[in-house]
Design a protein around this ligand. Structure first.
Ligand code: SAM
Length: 472
């Protein structure tokens, strides 16, 4: 997934819409005064005062006044264990438009004051730019024109994205590729933070007032609540109080002609019902990395497995070279990390008996190459590929024993993975252990959802391979 933002269904793409820059200039002028900077550290205090005196009832009227339009007449804001949510304030029918948020009240990278924007350049991604907008508005405290929105953004201690996990917490998910992806994402954010500091060195008032932890928090706010549009990655106030259901058909849609984002209900809702949309077809690994939560049963789960060559195989190097050369894409880019050509994404195999989708063809082709025992067999595969569509080992090997052996290589590695995952789940410390504070208990549960989902997929692949080897 690209930087953790949600893709929208975009209608009628046009040139990038222009956003009013008046706020940006207003902000710039204010930010650069030293008195402003002196008081910036008290902004959190102001936030707290605001958050205790303002209720969520005032938020939608504020946003409607700001945008000068009706945004929603059927939704209200509620609060629960998973933060804010939107619920039906009256009956909603499938097909109803439940909210419309104009672009002019969305927060996008263009809102950075132009002198800052010009210095940042393209090497700083849009997520980082929107994160910087949030930080600058936070520093303004109650003087920010976005204060009612900014104070409602989740606080660092309310966020559970795996980039915030401690060593011990990350250890729980070491078996999953999410472990590496989390470390990698953290390093990438740190690099972007340093690049921003360097680019803005002529603005010491800004660079000296933000630290990497604040930036990491703002960055995670963006990955967990921004949508991609023609303007880059934008925060869509009010719409971003909608929580996620992987099975929902409702998405946030952009209409560039009307300059707004909207959501259409995919089903009926009774008054009081929690309204959910789908952020994307995201696995638990992606949800944990970018959004800080996991689903107990996620229909979009997948596992990234790295297939090892057989130990002591004298042809191992040649096989890998051949594979890398024959593949159009030898590396996989998943959640901001490059995986080598022997990494494969596996989804749940619904039926072990062959109906529906089985294991990915590319994985089976790789196994056939691994099963070759002589240079001649490898050459034969190359000749067959040259006479066909150019892809290596896509069809079953003529020698059935060899075809079974190829799949048994996979089977033994999958069986080992299943055992390792089972051991990892077993090793998760009990929820009621004395060390389980609320935060740790929550993260442990997320780790459990992740590992059990990935284990389910590995077991389904194992069953499919068992069946294939037995019945071929
Ligand atoms: C776009 S925001 C939704 C509004 C959010 N609840 C809030 O308080 O602002 C996305 C965040 O909501 C939470 N969230 C959304 N859907 C969830 C779900 N199905 N289960 C648990 N948390 C969820 C996660 O913390 C996620 O990062």
């Amino acid at each position: 997934m690209l930087l953790g933002t949600r893709f929208t269904n975009v209608w009628r793409w046009w040139t990038s819409p222009t956003i009013s820059t008046s706020h940006a200039f207003h902000f710039n002028a204010r930010f650069l005064t030293s008195s402003q900077l002196e008081t910036s550290s008290s902004s959190l205090l102001v936030d707290n005062v605001l958050s205790t005196t303002e209720t969520d009832d005032v938020f939608l009227p504020w946003l409607e006044r700001k945008s000068n339009t009706r945004i929603s007449s059927v939704l209200s804001i509620g609060k629960s264990d998973i933060g804010r949510f939107l619920f039906a304030s009256e009956t909603i029918r499938a097909g109803d438009c439940i909210l419309k948020v104009p672009f002019n009240v969305q927060i996008s990278p263009d809102m950075l004051p132009s002198p800052i924007r010009d210095l940042l350049g393209d090497e700083i991604g849009n997520v980082a730019k929107v994160a910087l907008v949030i930080l600058l508005e936070q520093k303004l405290g109650s003087d920010s024109k976005w204060a009612p929105y900014i104070i409602r953004l989740p606080k660092p201690w309310e966020m559970h994205n795996t980039i915030f996990w401690s060593e011990r917490e990350l250890e729980m998910i070491r078996k999953s590729s999410l472990y590496e992806e989390s470390l990698n994402q953290r390093s990438q954010i740190e690099r972007e933070f340093l690049a921003i500091k360097q680019a803005l060195e002529t603005f010491p008032e800004i660079v000296d007032s933000i630290n990497c932890d604040d930036f990491m928090h703002a960055y995670a706010l963006v990955t967990s609540r921004a949508w991609r549009s023609t303007k880059g990655d934008s925060l869509i106030p009010f719409a971003d109080f909608l929580n996620h259901d992987g099975a929902s058909k409702s998405l946030v849609l952009n209409d560039d002609d009307k300059q707004l984002s909207e959501v259409i209900a995919d089903r009926d809702y009774a008054p009081g019902e929690h309204v959910l949309i789908r952020y994307g077809k995201y696995s638990n690994a992606t949800l944990m990395l970018d959004f800080g939560f996991a689903l107990p049963y996620n229909i979009h789960d997948q596992v990234l497995v790295q297939i090892k060559t057989v130990e002591d195989d004298p042809l191992a190097r040649r096989k890998l070279e051949l594979w890398q050369r024959s593949c159009t894409s030898t590396t996989k880019y998943v959640n901001g990390i490059y995986f080598p050509g022997n990494s494969f994404t596996i989804r749940e195999v619904r039926s072990a008996t062959g109906k529906g989708r089985g294991l990915p063809q590319s994985l089976r082709a790789f196994a056939r190459i691994l099963s070759c025992t002589s240079p001649q067999e490898l050459n034969d595969l190359c000749t067959e590929a040259a006479n066909g569509d150019g892809r290596l080992a896509r069809i079953p090997l003529k020698n059935l024993n060899r075809e079974v052996e190829a799949h048994q290589i996979l089977l033994s590695q999958f069986k080992q993975l299943v055992e390792e995952y089972e051991a990892s789940i077993e090793a998760l410390w009990p929820v009621d252990s004395p060390c389980s504070c609320k935060k740790m208990a929550q993260r442990r549960l997320m780790a459990q959802h992740l590992l059990t989902g990935e284990l389910r997929i590995l077991k389904s692949a194992t069953a499919w391979l068992n069946n294939y080897c037995d019945t071929i």
